[in-house]
Design a protein around this ligand. Structure first.
Ligand code: 3MF
Ligand code: MG
Length: 344
């Protein structure tokens, strides 16, 4: 069973527990020391921000960046790991303070597009063709501060420039409705895939859906996934969980809403996602209260819950489902699902 799905996470998912109200509570761990953890925890692929791979890329030439990324590829090879994707971390640079692609400052917009190209170079050196765009600060706190119509066109233009720069690249947009911004410009997968259609190469622009982001938008993550899957455009997922409408919690998969988690696994099963070769990414964070010695359990637990739910989806009695649908008895269907999940 585990062999059919392949799992990934990013180095930021093993972290020292700082939050906006307090400092780190666990020692920080070097990237190289995180790598051996992947296989131990049952994972095959690493998700990268561009500066996870090349920390000082802002001060380096394109050639030096590609060389350093090639050295990281060797570290992956040594651990039997692959890179799943690279995402440009525009939101920590001073030039990304007001977004980047949608900044009012043309110099910041030019910088953001240039950084996208370096990100593609890093992806090439790491052996992946997937770029993920989480558009963190592409939005506003104050609606009057940007021309939102123009901003959406700038976004399409930036994506086009990347598609034209590297013909091998695929882009998965990771929508999120808010945080850090009050409102973000691409809040849902519907927005992301509409943007995709406006680009010069719609077939090379798809989506990554994060459970918590869909919930923060007031939507059902499994239906968001189904929307992308119906178009062959779900190119990764960030499974996690979220307890209501608040800050992005990145809780372990299934911990707040086990049935919601079951439904996400169900759509992936319905789509034959395991056979597509795409990864199941887990964007989960250890709680700040977790001691350093056990601050990796959230990853193994999330993967274990996922695989248990695959079992549950595969063993749900098909004849019961068919009978309930034929009778239009959805109360009976719902009870059958709950009984199945509760193990009776
Ligand atoms: C923010 C996120 C991000 C993205 C990551 C890769 C830090 O809510 O989910 O995690 O997933 O930047 O795109
Ligand atoms: Mg994410």
């Amino acid at each position: 069973m585990a062999g059919q799905y392949r799992f990934s996470f990013g180095p930021w998912n093993i972290h020292s527990g700082a939050d906006p109200f307090g400092p780190p509570v666990r020692p920080s761990i070097e990237f190289a020391d995180k790598l051996p953890r992947y296989k131990e925890l049952g994972f095959d692929a690493v998700q990268f921000h561009d500066d996870d791979a090349v920390p000082k890329l802002s001060d380096m030439s394109p050639e030096a960046i590609a060389k350093e990324a090639a050295a990281v590829k060797k570290m992956l090879d040594a651990e039997g790991l692959v890179a799943e994707f690279v995402a440009p971390r525009l939101w920590e640079d001073p030039r990304g303070i007001d977004g980047g692609f949608t900044s009012n400052d043309p110099q910041c917009r030019a910088w953001a597009i240039d950084r996208l190209k370096r990100c593609a170079d890093i992806a090439g050196a790491l052996g992946t063709r997937l770029i993920v765009l989480w558009l963190a600060r592409e939005g506003t706190y104050v609606r009057e501060s940007k021309n939102a119509i123009e901003a959406h066109r700038w976004l399409v233009d930036a994506i086009n420039q990347l598609l034209e720069y590297d013909a091998g690249i695929e882009i998965a947009i990771e929508p999120k409705p808010n945080e850090p911004m009050d409102h973000a410009y691409v809040p849902t997968i519907g927005h992301a895939l509409a943007i995709a259609q406006q680009t010069v190469s719609p077939d090379r622009v798809g989506g990554l859906i994060e459970t918590a982001h869909a919930l923060l938008a007031g939507l059902d993550p499994s239906d968001e996934m189904a929307f992308a899957l119906s178009m062959g455009k779900l190119w990764s997922v960030h499974l996690n969980d979220q307890n209501g409408l608040k800050f992005d919690q990145d809780k372990s998969f299934g911990t707040a809403n086990l049935r919601g988690a079951y439904n996400q696994v169900r759509v992936l099963e319905l789509a034959g996602y395991a056979g597509t070769g795409r990864f199941v990414g887990l964007d989960v964070k250890a709680m700040r209260t977790q001691r350093a010695e056990v601050a990796h359990k959230h990853l193994a637990n999330s993967r274990a819950v996922f695989l248990r739910l695959v079992e549950k989806v595969r063993t749900f009695p098909k004849h019961v489902e068919q009978q309930c649908l034929a009778d239009r008895d959805y109360e009976a269907l719902e009870m059958a699902v709950l009984e199945h999940l509760m193990g009776s």
